[in-house]
Design a protein around this ligand. Sequence first.
Ligand code: TXA
Ligand code: MG
Length: 312
Amino acid sequence: MYTHVYSINDPMARAEAGRVILNGGLVAFATETVYGLGGDATNEMAVAKIFAYKARPLYNPLISHVHDARSAFAIGQATSAALAMADVFWPGPLTLVMKLMDGFPLACLTSANMDTVAIRVPGDPTTRALLSEIGRPIAAPSANRSGRLSPTTADHVIAEGFDGLKIILDGGCCMLGVESTVLDVSSGIPRLLRPGAVTQEQIEEVVGPIKLASDNARLLSPGMLASHYAPIASLRLNATELWDGEVGLDFAGQLGADMDLSSLGDLLEAASNLFAYLRTLDLPGIKTIAVAPIPRRGLGVAINDRLQRAAV
Ligand code: TXA
Ligand code: MG
């Protein structure tokens, strides 16, 4: 079946997308981080469809997207850390894991049957317009098949070839290009489960010292599988020169390669280019992509995290 690509700025298109979702269908839509594959988070069948489309393991729970903090705290139990974080970083690229509110009719599959729920209020106003029109939490993982690169354009979503996906709401290139920071604020000291655009330093300014995802993070956040975002070619990280037969993915001109995530060394620009450039270089015949070192500060932490997962 044919996939319609509409601008997410078009209110008629958003209304149609809303109808599809309320009827249990799926819609791919732009956010400021990556494109999501969304369905009604309270509809077990709709969420099952998301898992099937992505071939995603059922034990890996999804993020529920809502248009404001008030809606978020109707689903997740607010702790003082949750409130403080929401106040500073919502709307934005931050996902908070909270205890699920008693009686909230979230589909069991959305939270993989756990007693916690991951919630985020996206930064892009048109994404929030879509969510507020629908009036229900939208479960949306990145709109790619499980274990593959996250899409940062509508074309990337089309390339995944989701059979029967009716609508993509196109918002152009995602501004940030890496997925949201996931922080567990369900109890005790907050724990960083996935690095993202909101950095550890920024979080600690608000809630004080936090815990980092350790080796048992797989249990805490099942999505943190070591191998993730894998392109087909292999990656050689922290390359300081190009070897025979390699193509280069550069940063700040260190390798002299044509593809440079940011020739000026801007980490924000590099993050927004990351997944698109990896896709471009991931061609048949290319065995190894050599990636220049990227500083591990600010957004560089999330970029290095995604590169490491892609390299496994
Ligand atoms: O930027 C983003 O977050 C994108 C856009 C579409 O919003 N979404 C996204 O979703 O990256 P996904 O499903 O690819 O990643 C969700 C992450 C996974 O690592 C998952 O394990 C974790 O959030 N997660 C979800 N619910 C959780 C929970 N209850 N406890 C711990 N981790 C959870
Ligand atoms: Mg994903």
